[in-house]
Design a protein around this ligand. Structure first.
Ligand SMILES: [Fe+2]
Ligand SMILES: [Fe+2]
Length: 247
């Protein structure tokens, strides 16, 4: 299979047909916008929608008494544990998405073995499998933490909703059969960057809300995420340099 960074057919640029440039530009000048207004009109519409919009969702009230007591206790101290529940929900959604991203990458690697072998520095499938399993373990870890607070891990919090939507594009690129291993790794790097910072913030928040046990358990996950980030970043760099013919 050719790499998509190889030179080949691409008709998107104007230089593909220099003799048509003049006609194309006259067409641009002659064409009328399909609707009235300009960017100010667009901004006015956006503002009106924003002013009328409801929040994207709410953090559900913990279903159990234990949870309600815990969250209530923190409230008395002038803190807002709903933010922790929201971020836990978001972490849960993203770890699930991360597991699926690795699954899809491993599927691609199993077919594109020549591409994997060709990556300078070597892409270890065992390492990728290890990371995939760690993402799944992180998902379970967050699920248990939510349950320990008396909250419902099946509830989609606003943060979970947002992370779920944000990761759709990553999944689309990863599962596109045309994307190369290098392009898939690039997508995985975006996920790992967000993953790493997500854990860092979550740990800080848990500590501030007096959830020291939780923060302690999460530090192990953060250390693993640090490894994911460093390794995937290296793979991305190596595959890019390798494709460019430099080492
Ligand atoms: Fe993760
Ligand atoms: Fe990760």
């Amino acid at each position: 299979m050719n790499h998509s960074t190889d030179a080949g057919m691409n008709k998107t640029g104007i230089d593909m047909s220099p003799i048509d440039i003049k006609e194309l530009l006259s067409g641009v000048e002659a064409s009328e916008p399909s609707s009235q207004g300009d960017e100010q009109t667009l901004a006015a519409y956006r503002r009106s929608y924003i002013m009328e919009a409801d929040p994207i969702g709410f953090v559900p009230v913990p279903g159990s008494l234990k949870g309600a007591a815990k969250t209530g206790m923190q409230k008395l101290m002038g803190k807002k544990p709903e933010v922790l529940l929201d971020k836990l929900g978001a972490r849960l959604a993203f770890e699930r998405a991360g597991t699926r991203l690795y699954d899809a990458l491993l599927d691609k690697c199993s077919v594109r073995s020549d591409e994997v072998a060709g990556l300078s520095g070597g892409l270890s499938l065992d390492r990728l499998r290890e990371f995939r399993n760690e993402e799944a373990q992180h998902f379970m870890l967050v699920m248990e933490a939510i349950k320990d607070l008396g909250a419902d891990p099946t509830a989609v919090t606003p943060g979970a909703d947002i992370d779920g939507v944000a990761s759709i594009g990553l999944m689309q690129v990863m599962t596109d059969p045309r994307t190369s291993i290098a392009q898939s790794l690039h997508v995985l790097l975006i996920a790992e960057l967000a993953d790493h910072d997500g854990w860092q913030l979550l740990i800080k928040l848990a500590e501030e809300l007096g959830q020291d046990d939780m923060a302690g358990k999460f530090r192990g996950a953060l250390a693993e995420e640090g490894q994911h980030l460093t390794t995937i970043r290296e793979f991305v760099e190596k595959s890019c340099m390798s494709e460019a013919g430099v080492s």
